[in-house]
Design a protein around this ligand. Structure first.
Ligand code: ADP
Length: 533
């Protein structure tokens, strides 16, 4: 079978085992440790420490089941993190949680009175020795984790397959637990006596219990010097709970089912659930982030689609006018040639118009890119009056067909402005053709007035007024949005393009109502900076 090659842990920066703890998490961890310490001192030295609470028969099975489920889920989640980041350290700590999940079952089977009156398996000493194995084993897994973590930091990741790594770890962990269980159960007669009977602990208990507890302290120190991630932080808290739990079993009173013993189980439970809570919290947070990322990606795709639509619509919109001009001129040219006596002069004029329109279409196509980049490509000194005349001349056919009367009032002594002639001609053509469309829909006198005047000292204002349908107050802003149209064959790009062109020239484009009817579109031009030669 081909081996999967270990790759760098790309997801490591997003998951629990790779993320550094936030200051809030550090504070929370500090509060938890302080709370554990206070609870520990209260139980050890408090007035209730010696009280024998009595046996709650359902307690041990419920406790064991809760510990088993917690630790098993934690280990599964950590194994799945290993499959993402391929860190051997995660494999070690996942095995540590599997170890605790399994050994707690062994403890249960030997616990006097948990299932049968006596231990189901093993003898009186088995429970204590399995308990010690459990509480010594877990810190050793943590030490293993901390030491391997540094090696992983130097990119020495798991080189085999993910499945192989998990299977090997599970097999080894099960083997260790089975070996410990066999030693503690079958070898019980030879083990030092930790219990006097089913409820009393013997005087030798602390000689093993204290070093076992100290092993957790050692693990904390090893981890402390190598701490980096959220996982490290919470493992240290778990080890604190472990370190407190072991002495609680013996020191207030050497009895099972005493206040200290029950408190020890609370510590045990807390230590088992802490990492699980943090892992679940992390999964929920990641899920929320994933959802946000998917939604953002969807929005971006939609925006890109809209831009694509807008580009396509713009090209179609802007090229339509010169194209129809070319068709009309070419047809006229052909008609002049098809006559019995061809009129080469007029045909030549018509074809020259075709060539001019062709050049205009090419220039328009070039400037579309600039429109979408919001830039002015060829800034030259503008003769606004000449631009108005040229634009009106280009649409004279449409104006005549719709019987539109044109008033063009030349502005007196206009200030000098600079801009892109092709782009501003597109603006004028769009505004004039919109006025034509609006007026041709009504059977009333059609007057188009195109004028220019000085504006605020050094600027120019150009107005295109019509006597058409006018723009409703609800639409005065909407009409400038891309793809907004009220025309059956409209594309809704004209005004949005006009506005971006005018704004790229540092001007403004807006609409006002005309009197007695219709609309006045006005735009301003600023002196601007002449382009460098
Ligand atoms: P299109 O001409 O393809 O509809 P535009 O962006 O040029 O796209 O215009 C958008 C809308 O603005 C038009 O559909 C029309 O409803 C309105 N509009 C534009 N110019 C005028 C005008 N002169 N009078 C009345 N309405 C207008």
């Amino acid at each position: 079978m081909p081996k999967q090659v270990a790759s760098p842990p790309e997801g490591g920066d997003f998951i629990f085992s790779g993320l550094p703890p936030s200051p809030a998490q550090k504070r929370l961890a500090g509060v938890v440790v302080l709370a554990l310490l206070s609870f520990f001192l209260l139980v050890i030295a408090g007035p209730f420490s010696g009280i024998q609470l009595g046996r709650i028969s359902a307690f041990v099975p419920a406790y064991v089941m809760a510990m088993f489920v917690n630790d098993l889920i934690t280990s599964i989640l950590l194994f799945s993190q290993f499959s993402i980041v391929r860190s051997r350290a995660i494999l070690v700590i996942a095995s540590g949680y599997l170890f605790t999940a399994l050994i707690v079952i062994a403890v249960f089977l030997t616990f006097p009175g948990a299932i049968a009156t006596d231990a189901l398996l093993g003898g009186l000493q088995s429970t204590s020795w399995l308990y010690f194995s459990w509480h010594a084993g877990f810190p050793m897994f943590v030490i293993g984790y901390a030491l391997t973590k540094d090696a992983d930091g130097n990119k020495r990741l798991w080189g085999g397959t993910v499945r192989g790594g998990i299977l090997l770890s599970v097999a080894l962990t099960v083997a260790v637990v089975v070996a410990l269980a066999v030693i503690c159960m079958a070898g019980e007669p030879w083990l030092p006596r930790m219990r006097l009977d089913s409820v009393r602990l013997g005087p030798q208990w602390p000689y093993v219990g204290v070093p076992v507890s100290l092993l957790s302290v050692v693990a904390i120190m090893v981890l402390w010097t190598r701490r980096r991630s959220m996982l490290d932080l919470w493992l240290m808290v778990v080890l604190c709970a472990h370190a407190f739990e072991v002495p609680l079993t013996y020191f207030p009173a050497q009895i099972i089912y005493g206040v200290g013993w029950y408190a020890g189980r609370v510590f045990g439970f807390l230590s088992s659930i802490l990492v699980l809570i943090v892992l679940l919290y992390e999964i929920t947070t990641l899920y929320a982030k994933l959802l946000a990322a998917v939604l953002a990606q969807r929005r971006e795709r939609e925006a890109r689609r809209m831009t694509g639509d807008a580009v396509a619509a713009t090209i179609a919109h802007e090229v339509r006018q010169p194209l129809s001009g070319m068709i009309t001129s070419a047809e006229a040219g052909l008609r002049f040639l098809d006559r019995a006596q061809p009129d080469a002069g007029k045909a030549g004029d018509a074809f020259r118009r075709v060539v001019a329109d062709g050049h205009r279409a090419a220039a328009v196509l070039q400037s579309i890119r600039a429109i979408f980049r919001n830039e002015v490509r060829h800034r030259t000194r503008l003769d606004v009056e000449a631009l108005i005349r040229k634009s009106l001349a280009l649409v004279v056919g449409d104006l005549q067909r719709h019987q539109i009367l044109v008033h063009s009032a030349p502005g007196k002594s206009l200030p000098e402005v600079h801009g892109d002639r092709i782009q501003l001609q597109q603006v004028l053509l769009n505004l004039i053709m919109n006025a034509v469309d609006s007026m041709s829909a009504r059977d009333e006198p059609r007057v188009l007035q195109v004028s220019s005047e000085p504006y605020e000292g050094d600027g120019i204002k150009v107005s295109v007024a019509d006597t058409g349908a006018g723009v409703g107050t609800q639409d005065v802003e909407r009409i400038f949005s891309p793809l907004f149209t009220t025309k059956p064959d409209g594309m809704g790009m004209g005004l949005s393009i006009c506005r971006s062109i005018v704004e790229a020239h540092h001007g403004r484009l807006w609409v006002d109502p005309n009197t007695p009817r219709g609309a006045v579109f006005q735009f301003t031009l600023r002196p601007g900076v002449p382009a460098a030669a």
